[in-house]
Write a protein that binds this ligand. Structure first.
Ligand SMILES: Cc1cc2nc3c(=O)[nH]c(=O)nc-3n(C[C@H](O)[C@H](O)[C@H](O)COP(=O)(O)O)c2cc1C
Length: 328
């Protein structure tokens, strides 16, 4: 039997399959099902700053100004956030009692204001780690790329100054120089980086002439973006890399680990095939390792990453060349 155990941000996981932050883990029953299906670790649904604000607004209404209404209140109300922070902290405590796999909380704030306080409460509630879902929409024409990156560093520094549990940063793919930016994130104390978040996308309904929501779920081909960056960065950064987006099968898991991923995070495929599908993926991973003669994940990790490659230049190509794709 192949050894699937792995270390991720200092935590011991029985295998590298993590369930990504999503609604599958927003209730205790879901968390127990995920653990029973064999996940190596779970990232809880994010606690959103907007939820926190909503609770604050409710408190203000109740205790300070019962007639107070504002645009901000309407906005927050419309966000329709599902869990309040108190329930969230309770969920962490219950999850820690109910399952033995690492429970990683997830925090999504917009401003730097609340990161610290809630990170502390999350740690106190017993989370094994914290994933920072810093989903900043960079659309201010007066802000440079460097300004945006500094915001990430500031948030990470504040959280790291406040808590002792390991911290991961889940980032999007839209940075000018991902190599430099991610190495800075590691230097600022991130124990792991999650490549990548998949942001909300919209479409256009031509019949009704209005915006429509594009599906929230990924397709498997999307796993090539994290694959590329993990292959390029494995062995060069001082933190673990988790692959996220488009990982739908055992084959994709194998590819991400060969590229250098420490763990993989799954979401969309578990909505379509059910959480039990984790068992099938684990079996597929073990079978592949046995067929190829790998006894542990460490033996195969990064084998097809840039650092171990005899042709490192191939990982950096942006344009098509005939020798690679057969056409010009
Ligand atoms: C319904 C749904 C809810 C999600 N909620 C969160 C969330 O609360 N926090 C977060 O960081 N990512 C969230 N995500 C993003 C996933 O964690 C994941 O990064 C993304 O779906 C890409 O992985 P996939 O291709 O396996 O779906 C959500 C995704 C879906 C589909």
């Amino acid at each position: 039997m192949a050894d699937l155990s792995t270390k991720y941000m200092g935590l011991k996981l029985a295998n590298p399959l993590m369930v990504a932050s999503c609604s599958l883990s927003k209730k205790l029953e879901g968390i127990i099902r995920i653990a029973d299906s064999g996940a190596g670790a779970i990232v809880l649904k994010s606690l959103f700053e907007e939820q926190i604000q909503k609770e604050m607004v409710e408190d203000i209404e109740k205790h300070i100004a019962p007639s107070w209404h504002s645009e901000a209140y309407d906005y927050v109300e419309k966000m329709g956030m599902e869990l309040g922070p108190r329930e969230y902290l309770g969920l962490i405590e219950e999850a820690k009692k109910a399952v033995s796999i690492p429970v990683i909380a997830s925090l999504n704030c917009v401003s730097t204001r609340w990161w610290k306080d809630y990170a502390k409460q999350i740690e106190t509630a017993g989370a094994d780690g914290l994933e920072l879902n810093i989903a900043y929409m960079a659309n201010d024409m007066n802000k440079s790329g460097s300004d945006v990156e500094k915001l990430y560093f500031r948030v990470l520094e504040r959280v790291k100054d406040t808590i002792n549990i390991p911290v991961a940063v889940k980032l999007g793919p839209y940075f000018t120089n991902i190599s430099q930016f991610t190495s800075q994130l590691c230097r600022h104390g991130a124990s792991a980086l999650v490549f990548f978040n998949r942001f909300y996308q919209f479409d256009i309904d031509l019949e009704q002439m209005k915006l429509s929501a594009a599906g929230p779920f990924s397709s498997e081909s999307e796993m090539r973006l994290p694959l590329k960056w993990i292959a390029q960065l494995h062995g060069k950064l001082e933190c673990d890399l988790a692959a996220s987006t488009g990982i739908h099968s055992a084959e994709s898991v194998v590819k991400q680990i060969l590229a250098g991923a420490q763990t993989v995070q799954l979401c969309s495929v578990l909505y379509s095939k059910g959480v039990d599908y984790l068992k099938e993926i684990l079996e597929g991973l073990e079978t592949w390792m046995e067929t190829k003669g790998y006894g542990s994940l460490d033996q195969m990790r990064g084998k097809l990453g840039q650092v171990e490659s005899k042709n490192p230049e191939l990982y950096e190509r942006l344009q098509y060349i005939k020798v690679l794709v057969g056409i010009e």
